[in-house]
Design a protein. Structure first.
Length: 331
């Protein structure tokens, strides 16, 4: 147990009941008879100033102020569904796909393999870390979770941005999620976690890299055109699906290392005096960052140094088709 002392917490009727453990065998022995009868949770951070009794019902609930070290970064994807109901297999599959996408993106920036699995209704990733439970870590977590929520949450799946506080409880692996009625299409499921054979800690450098990626960048070109003032049409370019646009022209390559960033083939690559690298990292687009901001474009080649997303619009002339809205109203 990385935390040293772990709280086992259960919902019994309308009450929360807890026990503090520094012996995994004692925790398992007390938890096993409660599986299928109560919802069971554990803490993951390291507390100080508390004593383990290794007996259920004798401890108090731990709070953020008790915690001195963060041992897990927890990412939770929960399908949107009727209140107090379990997820369907299809809904759970959507949550799993989002989680695996995030794991792939984190792998690309040097994060090790996480543990992963289901809480019974959603899908989660857990990364091992050793971070102080201080204001600096809390601020970094806030940036990360807010950015990921903006990127991954929609009407189908919610990225839970609240599971970042030090005393956060986490569903006990092997227990059964009793949140909703057990029905054929929305069954109660067992919480399952798969741990890599070599479960490494996230390095400080890799953690810092994600914080940098999730830190808001100054929005490029926030000017909106007036109707008829821009030659290519009346699209509201803050709603331009820039990825689909480049895909339609056969110029999309792959996602970049930052959220909302993508590597693409330059529309003017025929004029470049040097070849692009295999990953096309010399030419990028960024999705719109919200508000009135437009997507942006940048090519590192000298011929294109001054070109912006406006030049792409003027060259392809069909950007309007990929805007969700027209300027001044819904499409």
């Amino acid at each position: 147990m990385d935390a040293g002392i772990v709280e086992l917490r259960a919902t019994i009727g309308t009450r929360w009941v807890s026990g503090l453990y520094d012996c995994a065998e004692a925790l398992i022995a007390d938890a096993t008879p409660m599986v299928g009868r109560h919802n069971l949770y554990v803490t993951t951070a390291t507390p100080q100033g508390v004593t383990a009794s290794n007996a259920f019902g004798t401890g108090r609930a731990l709070c953020n102020a008790d915690m001195v070290r963060i041992n897990r970064i927890l990412f939770d994807f929960d399908p949107c569904r009727p209140k107090d109901s379990n997820s369907t297999d299809a809904e759970l599959g959507m949550a799993r796909d989002r989680a695996l996408d995030l794991a792939s993106r984190l792998d690309a920036i040097g994060w090790p393999a996480p543990s992963s699995g289901t809480s019974g209704n959603g899908w989660h990733l857990a990364y091992r870390v050793r971070l102080p439970a201080d204001e600096a870590t809390a601020s970094a977590f806030s940036l990360i979770y807010q950015a990921l929520a903006r990127h991954y949450s929609d009407d189908a799946v919610l990225f839970d941005s609240t599971v970042r506080n030090p005393a956060r409880i986490w569903r006990l692996p092997g227990s059964i999620n009793l949140k909703g009625p057990n029905t054929a299409d929305r069954p109660q499921r067992r919480a399952i976690t798969r741990v890599p054979n070599d479960w490494l800690c996230v390095s400080r450098a890799a953690f810092k890299r994600l914080v940098e990626i999730c830190t808001p960048q100054p929005a490029p070109d926030r000017h909106k055109p007036q109707p008829g003032s821009f030659a290519v049409g009346r699209g509201d370019y803050s709603s331009l699906d820039v990825v689909r646009w480049f895909e339609a022209h056969g110029h999309y390559h792959q996602p970049g290392p930052r959220l909302g960033m993508h590597f693409v083939r330059c529309p003017w690559e025929a004029t470049h005096t040097t070849e692009s690298p295999p990953n096309r990292a010399d030419c990028c687009i960024w999705e719109a960052s919200g508000g009135s901001a437009w997507p942006s474009f940048h090519c590192k080649h000298a011929h294109c140094a001054s070109r912006t997303i406006r030049d792409v619009m003027a060259t392809w002339e069909d950007g309007d088709k990929f805007c969700a809205q027209v300027f001044g109203g819904a499409a």
